[in-house]
Every structure is written in C-alpha cells, then in structure tokens.
Design a protein around this ligand. Structure first.
Ligand SMILES: [Zn+2]
Length: 398
C-alpha cells in the first residue's frame, strides 16, 4: 500500500533533524553566528535563518547582541536560551534524594539534596517522597519556565519501561517505578522516565563534565552499588535488555568479603560505600547517612592515619584492577569515578594508576580520573535526559 502522508512526514523529519543539528552546533560553539551554523552544519543560510527564527520563537535560542569582530557585516550571535524550559532529574540514593533542574545548557536552576533512607523506607514511601520533591521543585521553578520532563536515576537495573527489576542497594525487586511516580504525580503534564544512575551519570559527564569531548567514556558510580555507564563511539551502550554496565559483581578477590549476591569479593562488596566505611571505620556501626562518615575517612587520611591510608591504597589497587577489566572490554579513553570514589580519589587513584599501568599492555592506556560533578551527577544527567526530545529537534508543545 502506498501512503500519501509519506512525503510530508519525510519533510517533517528532515526539519526535525536539521533543528537538532542547529541546536547541537550552538550548544557546542555558542556564542556563534547564523553563518557559523550554516558553515558547520552544511545547511544553506536561508534554511538556517528559518530554523533559527523558529527556535528563537519557541524559546530555545536567543540572540546575545554580541557581534563577531571580523571583516564584513557584523553578525548577531546566538546562544541557547535557558530562560523558558528546564529538565528535571532526581537521583535515588540509599540514603539521599538529589533533585536537579537544568536548562538546555546544563545550567542548574536548582540543586537540592535531602537525606532520605530509600533503602529502609521501601519503594512506596520513596515514591511518595519523590513526588513531594518534584512538586516542590516545580513550584520553585515557577510559572515562567516549563518543565519538559523528569528522569529518575536509580542505582540498579532498569528495563525500557522504567521498571526496576532489581536494585539490591535499595533492597528493591520488581518495582514499576516510572508508572508509580507518574501515578503519584497525577498527570504532571510532562513525561516521566527512569534510567540507571550509571547511564545518567555518564550522560552528564559527556555533556557537562571536563571530558565532554570524549567519545569513549565510562562513569563508574560510587555509592552503595557500583555500576558503569558506558559510552562507546559517542553512543550509550545499553545492551540487549538495558542491563549493560551492571559491573557491581565483577569478581576481584576470591577470599574477599561476602556480597549480597551470595558470592565473595565482588566489586561492590569491596568498594561500595558501605564496604569502604565498614573497613576503614570499624567503630561506625550501621550507617544511615554516608556523607559524614566519608568526611571522617578523608580527615583521617589527610592526618596520615596509617590503617586508613593502607586500606585506601589496597582499595585503589582493586579499583585499578576493575578498571583494567573495563578497559580491556571497551578501550575507553577516560574512566571517571563518582560518589565516594571521587571523594576519596586523592588516596585511591595513585595506587589505582600504578595497578592500571602494570596491567596495560600498550601504554599509555586508559586515563582514570575523579568526577567533578559530585553526588548530583546522576540527577544532572536525568535533567539532561529529560530535555532529549527537544534536543532531538522536536519543538516543545505550547
Ligand atoms: Zn556480588
């Protein structure tokens, strides 16, 4: 059967693709002129002018009034317009909720952290707390800006429907999280999605971190579960069921500490935040808020405490070992560690680098660095992901 709608649809698709190309160029090179956009995207000047006019009208680009100092007519410069739309990202940690609202350029409009024991509260209470936080954030963002979407970051496995089949760090199994958050928000007027913390954190790195230009990048999450967000050749690797990067049970030490999965010496059992605190602060007891304990470890390390320094060096070696496995699989340019691994990086990374160097067949090998995005990385990535439809060239409704 021949569809007569087809040619129109194709033209529409071309315009969407071109709009995305213009937005992408301005995001990377702002401030830039219409002529720059045309020169770099290969679109003709008339098309660029028409697309830019439309993007300005819809509040996605604005003119800065700056002019480029060069021969010929001065040009009006373009930048992303961060004043009308935001994406919302929420990160569920074992002991905290982090909310970030950010505009198209990643400029955070708000960043909130709230101590919340998601691991003991259970999914129902967590969804209630999430919904309350979203409602407060939407109120704070105000009527002048429109929320384009919400993406929730979870330390566990997430399937394409936004269900969480397993998040051992939270003690969750089979939680229909996206549907529950949607229901709790009672038709919020924007799409709600769920993704793994690792995927969203690596997205934040790729977009806003110091390695944004890197096309082969891994973010290893700190926190109660260690997961890997994998970008290879500029694309996020999700795997067949969406579970790629679930590296928390990589076996590193056959005689290591017991893991929740029933085996011993897994990456999470050795380097997850609970394992690190248990090992370095034997007096800490059960911990409900990790942040102050990690601060204590940092203070002890800074003061030269011998057992803490030795422990961190051993953990650094294990980290190097884990990263060498990732490196062998994916050959990334940079591996960035987040969460408590970033907070403890000054003491972990020297040993990790030495271990990596010893295991690198062809130097210089992968670079291993600490994330600079802090505990908000997953939430910032969520806010970025929530703007994906617009970034892909679709105009916001209304
Ligand atoms: Zn395990």
């Amino acid at each position: 059967m021949i569809s007569i709608d087809r040619p129109t649809a194709d033209l529409g698709d071309v315009r969407v693709t071109n709009r995305a190309a213009v937005l992408r160029h301005v995001r990377r090179h702002a401030p830039c002129s219409r002529a720059d956009v045309a020169a770099h995207t290969g679109l003709n000047k008339a098309t660029v002018s028409s697309l830019v006019a439309e993007l300005i009208e819809h509040g996605l680009l604005r003119e800065t009034g700056l002019t480029e100092n060069r021969v010929g007519r001065p040009a009006t410069m373009l930048v992303l317009d961060g004043s009308r739309y935001v994406g919302l990202g929420l990160r569920v940690g074992a002991d905290e909720l982090v909310a970030v609202a950010a505009g198209p350029g990643g400029d955070p409009v708000l960043t909130w952290r709230r101590a919340f024991p998601a691991a003991t509260a259970g999914p129902e209470e967590t969804v209630k707390a999430l919904a309350a936080l979203v409602r407060r954030a939407v109120t704070r963002i105000g009527a002048d800006r429109t929320v384009l979407g919400l993406t929730v970051a979870v330390p566990g496995l997430v399937d394409p429907d936004g269900d969480v089949p397993a998040a051992p760090a939270l003690g969750w199994r089979g939680v229909p999280l996206a549907a529950s958050v949607r229901r709790a928000l009672r038709d919020p007027g924007f799409p709600v999605a769920v993704d793994t913390e690792a995927n969203l954190a690596v997205l934040a790195e790729r977009r806003h971190g110091p390695y944004a230009a890197t096309t082969d990048l891994v973010h290893l999450t700190g926190g109660p579960a260690i997961g890997a967000g994998l970008i290879s050749g500029g694309r996020l690797l999700r795997g067949g069921r969406g579970f790629a990067g679930d590296v928390g049970h990589l076996p590193l030490a056959a005689d290591g500490p017991a893991c929740d999965c029933g085996r011993r010496g897994c990456l999470t059992a050795l380097l997850g935040v609970d394992a690190v605190i248990r090992r370095l602060l034997p007096d800490a007891g059960p911990v409900t808020d990790h942040l102050p304990e990690i601060e204590r470890i940092r203070a002890l390390a800074r003061a030269g405490d011998e057992p803490v320094r030795t422990g961190l060096t051993e953990m650094g070696r294990l980290l190097g070992q884990a990263v060498s496995v990732l490196s062998g699989l994916l050959d990334p340019e940079v591996v960035v560690v987040g969460g408590h691994l970033a907070a403890l990086a000054p003491w972990l990374l020297p040993a990790a680098h030495a271990e990596l160097a010893a295991r690198t067949p062809v130097p210089p090998g992968v670079r291993l660095e600490a994330s600079t995005l802090g505990s908000a990385a997953g939430a910032l990535g969520g806010a970025t992901a929530a703007m994906a439809t617009v970034e892909a060239g679709r105009l916001p409704a209304g």
